[in-house]
Write a protein that binds this ligand. Structure first.
Ligand SMILES: [Zn+2]
Length: 80
């Protein structure tokens, strides 16, 4: 089970950038993913990262990194 490396980016119309786990239909901060995803339409420099999503994403990455060397994962993770 991969974690952080399959997060999707979800950008709202005003440029707020959220992250989501695919197929959950929600962002990491719990916002329903309704409307359009503007990630390809708004330049990254104009996007503002959602602090909650970014904190979640970081903690997920941290978890994956830490748990795997502990032998807690069922399958080895390959980081690109
Ligand atoms: Zn968010």
């Amino acid at each position: 089970m991969t974690k952080n490396n399959n997060l999707s980016i979800w950008v709202k119309r005003l440029g707020q950038r959220h992250y989501s786990v695919p197929c959950t239909g929600k962002t990491l901060c719990g916002m329903p993913m309704l409307g359009n995803n503007y990630s390809n339409m708004i330049p990254e420099s104009d996007q503002e990262e959602c602090t909650e999503c970014s904190r979640e994403a970081v903690s997920m990455a941290f978890e994956g990194d830490v748990l795997d060397p502990m032998g807690d994962g069922d399958e080895p993770k390959v980081w690109p």
